[in-house]
Design a protein around this ligand. Structure first.
Ligand code: ADP
Ligand code: MG
Length: 325
């Protein structure tokens, strides 16, 4: 199968909202008048971001999910995306499954595939998403103020737990591994929550490299510090039963590594004034996405980790950094 048959069979669909989709030199988008265009790219490289042999349907889902997560973090509504794809070979069952996972998530969010590029090479997936947001309403990293609450959506740490198991450092019961692995391989972008938080959150980002490291970006951009309740954050791991009660399989240190520095969570971390707690709760409810308060923004720079009693926890929970030492 040639390049153009491959594109036609797996990645070409009639344009709906876009003026022109796949097939010409450019796609044409007609953003709603007066809206700002939100644009983001994320690349997934085999062996770096996912294991060789990863289920292609989940990979299709994840490639778009990590991009939609960036739109969510800005409070933007998804419109369309492009797909730049390097493939070692035209493996049709693989392509069919990949396209199924990719386009199912695209349809769920009304986000159209409008173009891309296809080449032979080591497996590499790069998506660029386009979204829209009312002028001045995008959620940015620089708006956190001393006194704001620190919130996080959904669950934290399960993806890292799965990674620890898949790389053989820990053993997980089969059911727990399947659940954690689903969080690693098929994350849920918090698109509805991001939009619901417009006008409420003072800052936001999506947690991709680990909570504390990513939070550091908000602190730096906003010129503030924060206090994070490690126990409140630890509570957000879905695989909680493995760490609690008489039959605890793993220790608190692993729990903290996963929830505070895990990576691949694709949850939203955001700040809002305490006076807006009710509004945050309503936004979460409208988006059918749980949120939890895990700390507060302080004027003093730096990140202080505390336990439920408010005592400082020593230790560093470094975030993932591709070029980090
Ligand atoms: P050009 O030579 O002008 O760069 P291509 O031959 O690479 O165009 O692609 C032909 C058409 O197919 C273009 O509309 C392009 O956007 C689209 N396309 C190529 N690869 C993909 C892909 N993986 N997914 C969706 N559309 C694609
Ligand atoms: Mg091209």
């Amino acid at each position: 199968m040639g390049e153009f048959d491959l594109i036609a069979r797996y990645f070409t669909r009639p344009a709906r909202r876009a003026v022109l989709g796949v097939g010409d030199d450019c796609a044409l988008l007609a953003p709603a008048p007066g809206m700002q265009l939100a644009v983001s790219s994320d690349m997934l490289v085999e062996g770096r971001h996912f294991f060789a042999g990863t289920d292609p349907e989940r990979l299709g889902h994840k490639a778009l999910a990590v991009n939609l997560s960036d739109l969510a973090a800005c409070g933007a509504r998804p419109l369309a995306f492009t797909l730049a794809l390097a493939l070692p070979r035209a493996d049709e069952p693989w392509l069919a499954a990949f396209a199924r996972g990719l386009l199912a998530l695209a349809d769920e969010h009304g986000c159209e595939l409008i173009g891309g590029d296809t080449t032979q090479g080591p497996l590499n997936l790069c998506i660029t998403v386009f979204g829209e947001v009312p002028p001045g309403q995008a959620l940015l990293r620089n708006g956190a103020r001393a006194g704001d609450d620190l919130w996080v959506s959904g669950t934290l740490g399960d993806a890292r737990l799965a990674l620890e198991a898949l790389q053989g450092r820990i053993a997980l019961p089969a059911g727990a591994l399947a659940a954690a692995r689903a969080r690693l391989e098929a994350p849920t972008p918090r698109v509805a929550l991001g939009q619901a938080l417009r006008g409420i959150a003072t800052s936001a980002l999506d947690v991709s490299d680990g909570l504390l490291g990513d939070l550091g970006h908000i602190l730096q951009a906003s010129g503030v510090g924060a206090e994070v309740d490690a126990d409140a954050a630890s509570h957000l791991i879905a695989a909680r039963a493995l760490f609690t009660g008489d039959i605890a399989t793993f220790d608190v240190e692993l729990l903290r590594q996963c929830t505070l520095a895990g990576g691949d969570d694709y949850e939203l971390a955001f700040t809002a004034p305490p006076a807006r707690r009710e509004a945050v709760a309503q936004a979460a409810q409208a988006a059918a996405t749980p949120v939890a308060r895990i700390g507060r923004i302080r004027a003093e720079p730096g990140l202080r980790l505390v336990d439920a009693q408010g005592c400082t926890i020593p230790g560093r929970y470094a975030s993932f950094d591709h070029f980090g030492g």
